[in-house]
Design a binder for this molecule. Structure first.
Ligand code: TRH
Length: 370
């Protein structure tokens, strides 16, 4: 039985806490049922994706995880857990670091990338001055990496949620969709698009393409539409802003949509598990590193060239190209092909060992000799 301490600093956006919260819950849930403490420096951001969180509490229990605010001034009097996860090189508190002995396994959980070098760096030691046992742990898309976060029975959960239309109706009601729109969605008379993107994405070009397209569409976005975008809204193209929902409901939005636009790393993985067509916008990095990350991901995918090009265009903010490329990908037979490829990709990844299983195997292998 391993006890875990997970440390998370919210740098910007929601990816850091998004990943740490999923990891914590998955370790605490069956079949693993580990003892997990999660230390988070920004409970306000955390609350956006976990509304049950009470930001004023020093200790609380949600889904079997003990959540603590991580205050920099806090003296850590509790002994370190057997396994310490320092998420995304967030730098542990000095007092806590000093208390780590060779009885503790210390892991630096890294960002997800499909690049080839990840396999070589995964599980490499990171030598420490005090001789503590620290290792890198890289999520990834192959068996020689730490794999992807995936809940037990996720596919079955998704299929049973999708089978009962009342689930989607309850979700749509919660985010404020009219009854008429819900009926159109249920009868396939309107396509649903989830739009979760960075401000640089060519959203205007997407909306113009949708206006020209043959299908009535609903676009759901957690970012309010600008007045300029709002002007394009009519019966053919409905634009709907929703307030951030919980991570569980975010999955449901992905499951109920026909096409998902996602960004960063956590929503990418969730879009893969939704088994629906998606367009990924990587987190922008200097020297175009994000473009390499996108291509590395696509190299692992069964996506046809037109879809690959479309994803690059979305990320390169090329509005002029985007409209035409998008319209052609959404036409039959291209659209059907895209859907089949998304399902195929999902099924392939589902065969791989998930991140928590990889992590626990690693912990067992590196258990301290008493
Ligand atoms: O928010 P992000 O852009 O996070 C980013 C990236 O991960 C990036 O790589 C990292 O370096 C940077 O943060 C610091 O995108 P991401 O990773 O998809 O995280 C969003 C999280 O928010 C994810 O867990 C899903 C969740 N979410 C909800 O729970 N409800 C919502 O309504 C929405 C829109 C998102």
């Amino acid at each position: 039985m391993f006890h875990f301490d997970i440390f998370c600093r919210v740098v910007d956006n929601y990816g850091d806490i998004g990943v740490c919260w999923r990891l914590a819950r998955q370790l605490a849930a069956p079949p693993h049922q580990k003892n997990v403490r999660l230390w988070v420096d920004d409970l306000q951001s955390f609350k956006r994706l976990e509304p049950r969180l009470q930001t004023e509490l020093n200790e609380q229990h949600i889904d079997g995880v003990t959540v603590h605010p991580w205050k920099d001034v806090q003296a850590f009097t509790l002994p370190p857990a057997e396994v310490v996860i320092e998420a995304f090189a967030c730098e542990l508190p000095d007092t806590y670091k000093a208390a780590i002995t060779d009885q503790t396994l210390w892991l630096n959980l890294e960002y997800l990338s499909a690049e080839d070098w990840v396999e070589d760096f995964h599980t490499q030691p990171s030598p420490q001055q005090q001789g503590q046992r620290k290792y890198f742990f890289f999520p990834g898309f192959t068996e020689r990496t730490g794999g992807l976060l995936r809940e037990e029975n996720l596919k079955q959960q998704r299929l049973s949620w999708q089978q009962d239309q009342r689930n989607a109706q309850a979700l749509w009601t919660k985010i404020g969709l009219s009854e008429r729109t819900q009926i159109e969605l249920m009868h396939g008379q309107r396509r649903q698009i989830l739009l979760f993107s960075y401000p640089s994405a060519p959203v205007m070009a997407l909306l113009q393409a949708l206006q020209q397209g043959n299908h009535d569409t609903l676009v759901l976005s957690p970012t309010p539409f600008t007045p300029e975008q709002q002007v394009l809204s009519n019966d053919h193209l409905q634009l709907h802003h929703f307030n951030f929902v919980s991570q569980v409901e975010f999955d449901h939005l992905l499951w109920s949509s026909d096409l998902n636009f996602v960004r960063g790393e956590d929503s990418l993985v969730r879009a893969l598990w939704a088994a629906k067509p998606f367009i990924w916008q990587p987190y922008e990095q200097e020297e175009g590193l994000h473009t390499k990350k996108l291509q590395a991901l696509l190299n692992h995918s069964p996506m046809n060239q037109a879809v690959q090009t479309l994803m690059h265009t979305w990320s390169s903010q090329d509005s002029l190209q985007f409209t035409d490329q998008y319209l052609s990908c959404m036409q039959a037979p291209m659209w059907h092909r895209w859907r089949e490829e998304a399902l195929q990709w999902h099924n392939t990844l589902l065969q791989q060992t998930d991140l928590c299983t990889h992590l626990l195997e690693f912990c067992t292998k590196h258990q301290p000799t008493q």
